[in-house]
Design a protein around this ligand. Structure first.
Ligand code: ADP
Ligand code: ZN
Length: 822
């Protein structure tokens, strides 16, 4: 028995996921110093290569033969920072989205919790002795500086004029200084001081103090009013500065101080019953009657709630949340963009008792960490936020709501390419929770899931106050010749007349132009035909550089048409009308109209958009012309005309979801009209009035769209029948990017042949946006005929590529279930 296993002689082992893009997890030894410390689910500092990095302890380590096994240096959290449920979700996401577990965990955790080390130089004893008698003046200066504490080489060189790296190396060789690892500061939760009444203080009769020490009496009275507990800041707001009185009271043992994490929640409303409707509609009541038992039984119940804006969906979310909290469960509500949904947040704040964590991009890292901690502690049981709010470490999750579930912003594009809508269902399944996806225009995937019985449908068929939906007119642009520049005529006579009537009535109009990714679209001005790829059934894109049409999935190239293959027409429309020229035309036609243009050139940042939308909402403009942003956010009750300048644009996108996007975009934009008492009018200009997506949208015929679209997707093996994964890659050298892409596709084809025809490899092709911030972008598209095999295939492909492709400087980013194909 001489060969005792390593772990019993050297202490226990832990498995650590490094919180960065490191492929696998590692086993570390726990040394004597930490032998009695709990480490599970806490961050630790561990050596990796020559650096110290942050990792998360995810369980006991497996003994490995490596002699190089290293020790955990330190533990960074006294309490666990994640829950077992969150780790389980992370493991699922890591394998599904083909990302390292540590990177997934880092994505989930609040930003800034990743502690990193840097190299600093420290003075040695020898150095201290040499400080005054070193021959070189420069060296003496460097030594003097180092004697004040370890510093990075960089900062030493900066601080001493004329100093170079070689001086430092020389001094290191002399043994005067030596490198050590130091930690960069990381975030701390923002904490706030809380004042509580001690047992003795609670018994004191405040009257006794009123005359002798009125300020102390005021403090005690305020505390009594706050139930014996109050934030110091709040106290100061009520009775003014009172630090001295607080100190005296503490010294007398009447009060105590603590520090507590201070999440920044929404302003709570005084009246909890505010805006609570007296009676639910029959449809609302039916949905609630069906769903509440799922909360009570704590069973996984995934459902889709379909209803136009104003049909009472939020009311259902609020009621379910109230019930979940009553039952002692917690709830998570995710929305596409938290800053654009202030009304939704205040609805919850006014109706829910207890603390709410609202996670938005305006929070500082320390505020995020504070929220995180109070969620972990169970103090906060309702979280509202954008996609990352799904990762809040709630315990006993009872309800997950995904509002506007069709929105593409639930998909993260950089880093771990997860889809929060899909992960919400996974989280709910793991927790045995009720999951409600809500939308006026559900995604095709969700509708299909209803068809296959994977989502239970609930429909709110009318608006609460029976406000009519706006009238929709489709304006056929076929045969109207393009303007002299070859661009589509921007405004039809019908739309001009509509603008005139609206202006005369003193109402507002919105003109919508979709420009997203639509630079190179081509269509026949005679019949609206858009050339598409025979392999991939997606629209081809005109490249200025080659004047040819390219397929962005498989890279097939063909000549730009001179004659339309469908009708023989010879006039083509290239690209969308520009917002600026539309503004000019409107101003020329209606010199008195106050026109607001809202696009990337005129409006910067979220604050800029908010300001512009706000001024339009206040009636400071008559016409708003804009891109995507006009479709969201504020309610505009005075808008009675919505014009979509070229409804075909989103149809021409090189994306297999083009028809679905067109449908939902048209419905959403049109919903901007007639929020007030007037029904409103919606005009869509299009070259393809017969296209099924446009016809279905005009008739609000979701089932019609679904039938056509599912048939198309089935034939082409697109989701929801097949699965897609995109491998994006980029490099600063165009040649390296192209070479890597070709090599990657080659390996993919070899592997695909072995997978018995279940995987197609399309491409490589340059990305539609082929250069971003100096990097050239390519992509390889993988299409899986089945739904299971794709993630393991991507994982295998990337491992194989890392081993055998010897091209450096290429960034690779897998995207399973991609949403944006650009
Ligand atoms: P959605 O989320 O579908 O847009 P909301 O829940 O916000 O719909 O409801 C729209 C408006 O109708 C809100 O002002 C809401 O307070 C009100 N509302 C909802 N349900 C009812 C009801 N049963 N009776 C009266 N008003 C209601
Ligand atoms: Zn193609």
């Amino acid at each position: 028995m001489t060969n005792r296993p390593r772990e019993s002689s050297k202490g226990r082992l832990v498995e650590v996921a490094i919180l960065s893009k490191v492929e696998r997890t590692f086993t570390y030894i726990v040394g004597d110093e930490l032998a009695d410390t709990e480490l599970d689910y806490r961050r630790v500092l561990v050596p990796l290569g020559r650096r110290l990095v942050t990792g998360m302890v995810i369980g006991p380590g497996v003994p490995v033969a490596e002699v190089t096994m290293k020790e955990v240096r330190d533990v960074l959290d006294p309490e666990p920072l994640i829950t077992p449920e969150l780790l389980e979700l992370a493991r699922f996401a890591a394998s599904y989205y083909v990302a390292p577990l540590g990177e997934v965990l880092r994505t989930m955790l609040p930003p800034g919790v990743n502690v990193e080390s840097y190299r600093a130089l420290e003075l040695t004893e020898l150095g201290r002795a040499a400080m005054h008698n070193a021959p070189d003046k420069l060296e003496r200066a460097l030594l003097a500086l180092a004697s004040r504490g370890p510093r990075s080489a960089q900062s030493l060189i900066k601080a001493v004029h004329g100093a170079r790296h070689r001086h430092l190396l020389q001094m290191q060789r002399q043994g005067w200084i030596e490198p050590i690892e130091r930690l960069k500061p990381s975030v701390r939760p923002r904490s706030a001081r809380v004042v509580t009444l001690s047992a003795e203080g609670a018994e004191l009769d405040v009257e006794q103090l009123v005359h002798r020490a009125p300020r102390q009496a005021a403090v005690l009275a305020a505390l009594a009013g706050g139930g014996g507990r109050i934030f110091a800041a709040e106290l100061a707001r009520i009775i003014g500065p009172c630090a001295a009185s607080l100190r005296t009271l503490r010294d007398k043992g009447l009060i105590e101080f603590h520090n507590e994490d201070a999440p920044r929640g929404p302003e709570a409303c005084a009246d909890l019953a505010a805006d609570e409707p007296a009676q639910l509609s029959d449809e609302q009541q039916m949905a609630l009657d069906q769903l509440e038992p799922a909360l009570e039984k704590r069973e996984f119940r995934p459902c889709l709630l379909r209803g136009v804006t104003g049909s009472g969906k939020t009311e259902i979310y609020v009621r379910l949340t109230q019930r979940a909290l009553e039952l002692g469960l917690s709830a998570c509500v995710i929305v596409p963009e938290i800053s654009l949904t202030p009304q939704l947040v205040s609805r919850f704040a006014c109706r829910i008792e207890g603390q709410i964590a609202v996670l938005h991009s305006g929070l500082t890292p320390s505020e995020r960490l504070a929220s995180w901690r109070s969620i972990l502690s169970g103090k906060v049981r309702l979280v509202i936020g954008a996609r990352s709010a799904l990762f809040a470490p709630l315990r006993d999750l009872g309800l997950v709501v995904v509002d506007e579930e069709h929105e593409t912003s639930f998909k993260q594009e950089d880093g771990v390419a997860y889809n929060a809508r899909d992960l919400a269902l996974v989280a709910a399944r793991q927790a045995g929770a009720l999951a409600v996806l809500g939308s006026a225009t559900p995604s095709l995937e969700s509708l299909y899931n209803v068809q296959r019985g994977k989502l239970e449908p609930f429909v709110l068929s009318k608006r609460i106050d029976d406000r009519p939906l706006p009238e929709i007119r489709v304006i056929d642009m076929q045969g109207r010749p393009p303007d002299p520049q070859g661009a589509a005529p921007a405004l039809s006579d019908e739309l001009i007349a509509g603008l005139e009537n609206t202006l005369r009535a003193g109402r507002q109009s919105i003109l919508f132009i979709n420009r997203r990714g639509s630079a190179g679209f081509v269509l026949c001005a005679q019949c609206g035909h858009v050339p598409s790829c025979r392999n991939c059934s997606i629209s081809l894109v005109l490249h200025r550089s080659t004047s040819r049409l390219h397929c962005h999935y498989c890279d097939q190239v063909q000549d730009a048409p001179t004659k339309c293959p469908q009708c023989g027409g010879t006039q083509f429309v290239f690209g969308p009308p520009g917002t600026q020229s539309v503004q000019q035309q409107v101003e020329e036609l209606f010199p008195k109209a106050r026109v607001l243009r809202l696009d990337r050139d005129t409006t910067r940042g979220r604050a800029g958009y908010e300001r512009a939308l706000g001024s339009f909402a206040r009636g400071e403009h008559d016409v708003m012309i804009g891109t995507q942003m006009v479709a969201k956010g504020h309610d505009f009750p005075n808008v009675t005309l919505v014009g979509v300048l070229l409804a075909d644009q989103s149809l021409a996108l090189p994306d297999f979801r083009a028809a679905e996007r067109t449908y939902s975009q048209l419905v959403q934009v049109s919903g901007r009209a007639g929020r007030g008492d007037d029904a409103g009018l919606v005009l869509w200009q299009t070259y393809a009035p017969e296209h099924y997506a446009i016809k279905a949208a005009a008739a609000h015929d979701l089932i019609g769209l679904l039938d056509c679209e599912l048939q198309m997707r089935r034939e082409a093996d697109y989701p929801p029948f097949g699965r897609l994964a995109l491998v994006r890659l980029s490099a600063t050298s165009p040649i390296k990017a192209a070479d890597y892409a070709n090599a990657l596709a080659e390996i993919a084809r070899v592997l695909a042949r072995r997978s018995a025809g279940w995987i197609d490899v399309l491409g490589p092709a340059p990305a539609l946006v082929s250069k971003v911030r100096g990097r050239y972008r390519w992509q390889v598209l993988l299409r899986g005929r089945g739904t299971k095999a794709l993630s393991p295939f991507v994982s295998q492909l990337l491992r194989r590529a890392a081993k055998s492709i010897k091209i450096s400087g290429v960034r690779i980013q897998p995207d399973v279930d991609p949403i944006s194909m650009f």
